[in-house]
Design a protein around this ligand. Sequence first.
Ligand SMILES: Nc1nc2c(c(=O)[nH]1)N[C@H]1C(S)=C(S)[C@@H](COP(=O)(O)O)O[C@H]1N2
Ligand SMILES: [Mo]
Length: 246
Amino acid sequence: MRRRNFLAAAGALYASGCNRIAETAPGASLLNAADGWHRAAHRLLNPPGALAPEYTTADISPFFRGNGSVNPGDGDYREQAATGFANWRLRVGGLVERPMELSLDDIRALPQRSQITRHDCVEGWSAIGEWTGPQLRVLLDQAGLKREARFIVFRCADELSGAAYYESVDLEDARHPQTIVAHMLNGAPLPVRNGAPLRMRIERQLGYKQAKYLTGIEAVASLEGIGGGKGGYWEDRAGYQWYAGI
Ligand SMILES: Nc1nc2c(c(=O)[nH]1)N[C@H]1C(S)=C(S)[C@@H](COP(=O)(O)O)O[C@H]1N2
Ligand SMILES: [Mo]
């Protein structure tokens, strides 16, 4: 509540012409002013490393609904699903020293984190689930980010209306302890509707940032030229904010 009031106050300030923060925020040239302001205000209230709330097993929603793509028919996804994703590979590339291709066994062999968190979709629903997988920062450290890397792009296997779903975050969210590459929901392999076999969990941001059907993790210096250039499928189309802090 306090946070919302602060954001409202900060919003009023912003509307009255205080847009210096937006102009000087990192990546401001790529992002609209509102995004720059939102990120700056949210970061002020949630210092680096501040955790999203975590819940108990008693809070877990009996059913975690699916939204957006829920059963991709793209490429060889259905064949892969039929074989239990035995041949699924996650590529880690772009501006890294050591590009990698990981199998699900490779992902499961890394140190794991489990977290019970609430997913909030802008369409007006929430669900609580327990997600398990390695922290993204472990993968990034193995691959070795190059100095020029500033954003991490998430590539997905599915298309919506003929365009590939994708998302992106800055390095602060990429390295956040609750940013994980999840392969389990509530102690079982991810259901197809929730992004099997791999999806991102970026717990301080809204639902559309949680990329499902993950095929690639790419370090880039700029979001220009990727998709429509606004950092994500819905950001490109519906004007959703790139920084979707909650
Ligand atoms: N690849 C992919 N990721 C996606 C989507 C999608 O359609 N495709 N939808 C997004 C939206 S809007 C939400 S709310 C969540 C839904 O996650 P769920 O299906 O596990 O509920 O996934 C997000 N990630
Ligand atoms: Mo959503």
